[in-house]
Design a protein around this ligand. Structure first.
Ligand code: ZN
Length: 490
């Protein structure tokens, strides 16, 4: 069973003279000025393409690599304000477990001495990359996990090796035409029976032109956040972008591809004339809050099919063009303060009750195939697996400050409305969220979205946190953002 496209940072001023002027104006202690401070940045990539014959995840059924259409990478930037160093790395993976990332971070930290808690590593959410954690019927190969640990670490180590004086700036663009909420309220009529035998109120991926469509059950976030880093002579060093789009998809069977994330990186390099530099230019597209948002316009009259890879190339070009426009407007700063907060929180697991477990076991007893093809059996198996989970799990949350820009990191597939709430309530001028970061704890529907049901709420290793999880996570992030904000504005 394969679901198409569905699833499976006080103003700081560098010049000493202006620093004194600021001191006179506001009485801020001289220790707060930034005279003589040097801001540095470095970027790097490392290749994490899975070998032919290994596992690809992102669907209900496992797939085996038959062909590599385009290589998959970890793309990393390291920033250094003279006091604090931090690393942001994004890997072309559907999701990656905390265990693997923790090992990669420790390895990178042992060489770079960047504290592990100053490293943010996320997955793009390509559905055509190597399997890096167990989900549905895909399990990672231990060799690939070992390879990933060292290659993720290499991206951080190389970016750290490339540290050189740099300037940095950021801005925001918008592209509303490529994001569509995929959860829909339907006209009354046909009951929406889920794999647990209960009735849902919303349908995920209801089909383009479905006559029973009423309205999307949630918003989209069309914002494109852009961080641009240049060498002091204006040579492009790196772009870190963030857009809330699940992925695009449309690959050939058994084919490896970094999806639109990889094509965006290539297109940005082309637009900025940053080919074949001595220090490689690195463009990164991180996944925003796209748990309920994909690239299919369900409200259109009819669906348009396009050859493999055409739609992802189109989306990559459109988003890269908008990012290029934003980059032209960016005002660069020669020094900005960096700071990171990391926190671990405990959340309850939505474990099945006795009746649910019995039902699941009964369903599975009637199936004697190695590969499950019915959604009911698939979720019965997930119910049994979640029953073995601990009652509580710990999640790693991060907030980073880069000047007056903030980045929050959540190890989940976060809904657009949660990302929009963080942007609106953050004490920082600009804030964006990187999803699927520092681990993988499944979908993060809001409590209200849990009430509606639908695929993203169906209990599985891809959705198992307590129904209040999004509220507790955002509360913790706001506490961290407040601390970061007070730290630099005493
Ligand atoms: Zn997903």
């Amino acid at each position: 069973m394969k679901i198409k496209n569905g699833f499976p940072i006080t103003i700081r001023i560098a010049a000493a003279a202006v620093g004194i002027a600021l001191l006179t104006l506001s009485g801020i202690a001289s220790a707060q000025t930034d005279a003589g401070r040097i801001f540095r940045a470095g970027a790097s990539t490392s290749n994490i393409t899975p070998a032919v014959g290994t596992s690809i995840n992102g669907n209900f059924s496992d797939e085996t690599v038959q062909h590599i259409h385009d290589e998959t990478h970890v793309r990393c930037i390291v920033l250094d304000d003279g006091n604090t160093q931090l690393a942001i790395a994004v890997a072309d993976l559907c999701m990656v477990s905390r265990a693997t990332l923790d090992k990669a971070k420790r390895r990178a930290s042992s060489i770079t001495h960047i504290p592990v808690e100053h490293m943010l590593v996320s997955a793009t959410h390509t559905h055509s990359g190597g399997t890096a954690c167990s989900v549905f019927q895909s399990d990672p190969d231990s060799g690939y996990l070992h390879f990933l640990e060292s290659r993720i670490a290499d991206a951080v180590i190389n970016a750290h090796n490339n540290l050189a004086p740099a300037r940095i700036g950021w801005g925001t663009g918008s592209e509303a035409g490529q994001v569509f909420n995929r959860r829909w309220n339907m006209k009354p009529g046909e009951p929406l029976i889920n794999p647990f035998g209960n009735t849902d109120k919303v349908k995920m991926n209801p089909g383009v032109g479905n006559p029973n469509l009423l309205e999307p059950a949630g918003p989209t976030d069309p914002g494109i956040s852009v961080v641009s880093i240049q060498a002091l002579d204006g040579t492009p060093v790196a772009i870190l972008a963030n857009y809330s789009l699940h992925y695009v998809g449309g690959v050939g069977k058994g084919e490896v591809s970094a999806d639109y994330y990889g094509m965006f990186a290539g297109r940005m390099q082309q637009l900025l004339n940053a080919d074949r530099q001595h220090n490689q230019f690195v463009a990164i597209m991180s996944n925003g809050t796209s748990g309920d948002v994909n690239n299919i316009n369900f409200g259109a009259a009819s669906s348009v099919s396009s050859p493999p890879y055409h739609q992802m190339q189109k989306v990559a070009n459109i988003i890269a063009a908008e990012v290029y426009k934003v980059v032209q407007q960016i005002k660069y700063q020669n020094w900005v303060p960096l700071s990171v907060k990391q926190k671990q929180i405990e959340l309850m697991v939505r474990k099945p009750d006795k009746t649910e477990l019995t039902r699941a076991k009964t369903i599975l007893s009637k199936v004697n195939k190695p590969v499950l093809t019915s959604v009911e059996a698939l979720y019965a198996r997930e119910t049994v697996l979640i029953n073995d989970y601990p009652n509580q799990v710990s999640l790693l949350l991060q907030s980073m400050r880069i000047g007056d820009l903030a980045i929050t990191a959540i190890p989940c597939e976060v809904f657009a409305e949660t990302g929009l709430e963080i942007k609106a309530k953050s004490p920082f001028k600009s804030t964006f969220t990187i999803s699927l970061a520092n681990g993988y704890n499944g979908y993060l529907p809001t409590p209200a979205q849990h009430q509606l049901g639908g695929y993203e709420t169906w209990r599985a290793r891809s959705s198992y946190l307590e129904t209040e999880a999004s509220v507790k996570i955002t509360q913790s992030l706001f506490e961290m953002l407040d601390l970061l904000n007070k730290e630099n504005n005493p």
